[in-house]
Design a protein. Structure first.
Length: 348
């Protein structure tokens, strides 16, 4: 209510000074620049809209991090870690950075992690993953095959004949891919720790090899039960449903908020050719994504081939709430995984 709005707005005011001092001008050649002052921004302006799209319990869960004084430290950390991570792992962009592909990956790891070694038909097989994705309505059989094919080319998966039934081919994540997944987990934990330092999730991940596994398992089970991060945030979904869209939106929101001192949305400029090359997408693809966003009201001005990207207040508010929802989801499962990991490590 009014108290929540007041707390959130006061947090933004306090963080404006903190972020301004902590974020000097970034010499990164891909960093956007200000073209002219634009729109005032209030993080709570569209709360009634977002709250109406989900349950009261879910909205309150989201607000825990959305209204946290450390939120914008988390945003800055997210923008510092994740674009570089995906840029360094080019083929990973083909299997993760679009919404339904991420779900496929989560279910693939879950099938492998929860396999019954005494049952050759359990675990990660093409058939099992196709069945899960069909049940979850996230991908067709053909799309599953395509993603598994890319993962094979990238040496993320290896094929193994079942020891008890030679007709069955099991798929197993390679050590290379496990390292990449754990690297992603560690960065998520660092982002959450930037918001809530006392959680020390990254420290727990460093100390316990099973910590990431436990979080992944719990998270996958929530997805299998129907949780969807994007459903309350169709504004964000427009970008995340397209290759390179999540990284583009993250970069634009972070720079616009930084340059606007958190209470103003300013236009930013991005070299779409250079940006696209980092994430395996073309300049024309990103240009069409921005133009379609403007056409449906998510940008407040024509994007001019990336030279004048003016995010709408609703899009920025939706992104921040969606980011808080995503991170709160991981945080909840990570905190729940802490006790079992600590117990197992102590026993070991």
């Amino acid at each position: 209510g009014a108290v929540t709005a007041s707390l959130a707005e006061s947090s933004v005011s306090r963080l404006a000074e903190q972020r301004s001092a902590a974020s000097p001008t970034n010499p990164n050649p891909l960093a956007p620049h200000v073209t002219n002052p634009a729109t005032s921004f209030c993080i709570t302006e569209f709360d009634d809209v977002f709250a109406s799209r989900t349950t009261p319990e879910e909205w309150q869960r989201i607000l825990v991090l959305r209204n946290h004084p450390g939120l914008f430290r988390g945003l800055a950390r997210y923008a510092a870690l994740m674009p570089q991570y995906f840029s360094d792992n080019t083929l990973l962009n083909k299997v993760v950075t679009e919404a339904w592909r991420f779900e496929i990956l989560v279910y693939a790891l879950y099938l492998y992690d929860t396999r019954d070694t005494s049952d050759p038909r359990s675990g990660l097989t093409v058939s099992n993953l196709q069945k899960v994705c069909a049940r979850q309505k996230c991908a067709s059989r053909g799309r599953v095959l395509a993603i598994l094919g890319i993962m094979g080319v990238a040496r993320y998966l290896k094929r193994m004949k079942s020891g008890t039934d030679s007709r069955i081919v099991q798929l197993e994540p390679t050590p290379r891919f496990v390292d990449i997944v754990e690297g992603w987990n560690n960065r998520i934990f660092q982002i959450i720790d930037a918001i809530v330092p006392e959680d020390d999730l990254a420290g727990c991940h460093d100390a316990s090899p099973r910590f990431g596994w436990e979080m992944r398992r719990r998270g996958a089970e929530s997805l299998l039960q129907g949780w969807k991060v994007l459903e309350p945030f169709p504004e964000v979904s427009h970008f995340v449903s397209s290759d390179g869209g999540w990284m583009l939106l993250l970069t634009c929101v972070d720079e616009s908020m930084r340059l606007g001192s958190l209470n103003t949305i300013v236009p930013v400029s991005i070299d779409l050719k250079s940006f696209g090359a980092r994430f395996g997408v073309s300049r024309s693809h990103l240009r069409r994504l921005l133009e379609s966003a403007h056409a449906i009201g998510l940008l407040d001005a024509p994007p001019r081939n990336g030279s004048h990207i003016l995010l709408s207040p609703k899009l920025v508010a939706s992104f921040l709430a969606c980011m808080a929802s995503e991170l709160s989801f991981y945080r909840g499962h990570a905190l729940a995984a802490k006790a079992p990991c600590v117990t197992l490590e102590a026993q070991g």
